[in-house]
Design a protein around this ligand. Structure first.
Ligand code: PRX
Length: 635
């Protein structure tokens, strides 16, 4: 029996039992058989959730790009590693072979070195979904530099915060990006951000949209001429298993984003293993994950997981609605995609369109469909299953987080029977538990609780960059000796898990993880605003949308309120980006607060969701009268 590739339910249960009875042995066998190591580990695992300190494959030495590229060259050098599908369907797709990828990564790595980047340096990457983005990540990994990709939809302020938090020396960007019919001025955003980032010495600029941009002498350099001059081979830096591979920021419940740190060996082993099993990847399959590489899904399942398996991975620059709502299905037909991995918000948006957009295309190549980022509702699940999978392609509803590095709960196709809205069973080595608020484990079936994991897996984040105490406080101190996910979950009669949503102040909007605090901080910067509170409410396409309750310093006339609403959304766009804009803004004279001054979000959530039948006991509030006022004026 191969531990690495699970093909039946029985095999899953056997493997699962083995994996939890002796996790060290289980992961050691996989690491041994399927990866290239420059030095073997001294110890498979040491861990302490109290500190917290987690180390996998300690003492081992490796380079992840050797595993993702070099080792494939003898047998599949000419195989396509990356298919780049441009925004404009008229522009030709690029097929980048493993040989070509090797050459381009080496050249890029040599450019980084010649620009003074060394092992351990942080490099911020702010690029659209073009091949340079994939190559930039791998080039950093080749020389042991730590990449920090910032999604190219974040504002200049959000970018600056992230650059400064991890002291990036360099930014890699482009002259702009295409997004459907629009273009975005990425370089302008970088220039604005760098006004407050003294640590950045170099900006490398890829040419994509050929716009006129300003280049700052001595700091900004066009990327292509440097690549053209660079050697086509590059010695790789052999790193320690626990050296950081990358930082990726995710929002939290305070204003400051959390730079999650992932390390080389464990992340490689776990993303490669989960990619192989969850997508049942077979040689010559074409895999497409529609996420942006600015998010963890893109890191793990566009780049590292697929390439470590020598797979062909599609990278799409555009959006699902351009030039029309058939674009995704056109791409599936064009590249004969076998595994398709997307988000519920996209499925809901596409399900609203005429079925003609789907029926025009031949989707018979599809074998597996995936979903990630938020709970998938039953209607969307069925639409996806019936119209895209034609009821023959299993849907893997994959639950995981930026912090987990890879998928933790998901069906294994053809093995785990799927069930709409259920992420189903934990993967090998993953030990979920449900806890009540007091921290007692809720055993049994048909129960709800706080979802925690009681044993480490190889790709768990190791720390928050520069703030280990915060890492401990957020993930390991709510419940003793457990990793707390921040999600609630239900376990059904057969032990399947259904994720019920966040139990903290994070709201998932269109699959994006948004903390309420940074948005409130942004709104409170408006000179007319005294205080604010954000909650989520259900939205047909986005899953959740944001509802803001805002106290003004002077209430003023209602006719100025519309302008204020625009200004508030403008401020949010500047601080965070358009993804965090509010759908509804209600001005109010007060917010319901406990006697200790904490905003009672539960009450606001009920009002925003128009679910006010059970408001609980409001009499103990500091200001119970405000609840009725907010209810009367609800939008
Ligand atoms: O609430 C869960 C939700 O997304 C959160 C993690 O967000 P992020 O770190 O941005 O990573 C998203 C991509 C991995 C989780 O805490 N989530 C993710 N996948 C699912 C999900 N909720 C329900 N079902 C899922 N399949």
């Amino acid at each position: 029996m191969s531990n690495y590739h699970i093909k039946h339910l029985e095999e899953y249960f056997q493997v699962y039992r083995k994996s939890v009875n002796n996790p060290e042995n289980y992961w050691e066998e996989i690491a041994e058989e399927h990866f290239l190591w420059r030095k073997r580990w001294d110890k498979v695992l040491s861990w302490d959730f109290e500190k917290p300190e987690i180390k996998w494959f300690e003492g081992a030495k490796l380079n992840i790009t050797e595993n993702c590229i070099d080792r494939h060259l003898t047998t599949k050098g000419e195989k396509t590693a990356i298919i780049f599908e441009p925004n404009n369907p008229e522009e030709e797709a690029q097929h980048i072979s493993y040989n070509e990828l090797h050459k381009r990564v080496c050249q890029f790595a040599n450019v980084l070195k010649s620009e003074g980047i060394e092992k351990g340096d942080r490099v911020c990457i702010y690029l659209p979904m073009i091949p340079d983005l994939a190559i930039a990540l791998l080039a950093c990994a080749r020389i042991g530099a730590i990449h920090s990709v910032v999604f190219a939809g974040f504002s200049s302020m959000a970018l600056a915060t992230r650059i400064n938090d991890s002291d990036c020396k360099m930014v890699i960007t482009s002259d702009g990006s295409y997004r459907g019919e629009k273009t975005m001025d990425l370089k302008g955003i970088v220039d604005e951000a760098l006004k407050t980032c003294p640590g950045v010495k170099t900006v490398l600029v890829a040419k994509r949209i050929h716009s006129e941009i300003e280049m700052t002498d001595g700091r900004d350099k066009w990327l292509q001429p440097l690549l053209d001059k660079a050697y086509q081979s590059c010695y790789m830096e052999i790193v320690d298993a626990e050296d950081p591979l990358f930082i990726l920021y995710t929002s939290g419940s305070t204003g400051k984003p959390k730079g999650m740190v992932h390390t080389a060996a464990g992340y490689m082993v776990y993303t490669a293993f989960t990619f192989k099993n969850i997508f049942q990847y077979k040689e010559n399959d074409i895999f497409w994950c529609t996420a942006d590489i600015g998010w963890i899904t893109g890191h793990s399942y566009i780049i590292y997981g697929p390439l470590a398996n020598g797979a062909t991975t599609v990278m799409f620059e555009g959006i699902p609605s351009y030039p029309d709502f058939g674009r995704f299905w056109e791409i599936v037909e064009k590249h004969k995609v076998n595994q398709f991995y997307t988000a519920p918000t996209v499925i809901r948006a596409l399900a609203k369109q005429n079925l003609n957009f789907v029926e025009k295309y031949d989707l018979s190549s599809l074998k597996i469909l995936g979903s990630v980022g938020e709970p998938i509702n039953e209607e969307a699940w069925h639409w996806y299953n019936d119209n895209i999978g034609k009821s023959k392609s299993p849907i893997v509803d994959t639950w995981w987080q930026t912090e987990t590095g890879g998928i933790l709960i998901s069906p294994i196709p053809f093995s785990t029977p799927t069930k709409p809205t259920y992420a189903t069973l934990p993967l090998p080595g993953i030990q979920p538990v449900l806890l009540d608020d007091a921290g007692t484990e809720i055993t049994g079936i048909q129960v709800n609780g706080n979802l925690c994991i009681k044993f480490p897996w190889p790709s768990i984040a190791r720390t928050i960059w520069g703030d280990h105490q915060r890492f401990r406080d957020i993930y390991f101190s709510t419940f003793k000796d457990k990793y707390f996910t921040g999600d609630g979950a239900f376990r059904d009669e057969v032990g399947y898990y259904r994720i019920t949503g966040r139990v903290d102040d994070v709201i998932i909007v269109s699959g994006h993880n948004l903390g309420t605090a940074p948005i409130e901080d942004a709104i409170n910067e408006h000179p007319a605003v005294a205080e604010s509170a954000i909650v989520g409410f259900p939205h047909e396409i986005k899953g959740n949308a944001l509802y803001g309750f805002v106290i003004l310093k002077e209430f003023g006339e209602t006719r100025i309120h519309d302008n204020l609403r625009k200004e508030i959304n403008q401020i949010i766009t500047e601080h965070i980006g358009p993804i965090a804009k509010l759908d509804k803004i209600q001005f109010t004279s007060g917010l319901p607060k406990t006697r200790s001054g904490k905003i009672m979000r539960r009450i606001l959530r009920n009002i925003a969701c128009k679910d006010t039948t059970d408001m609980g006991d409001t009499s103990t509030l500091l200001n119970p009268e405000v609840v009725q006022e907010i209810m009367d004026n609800a939008l």
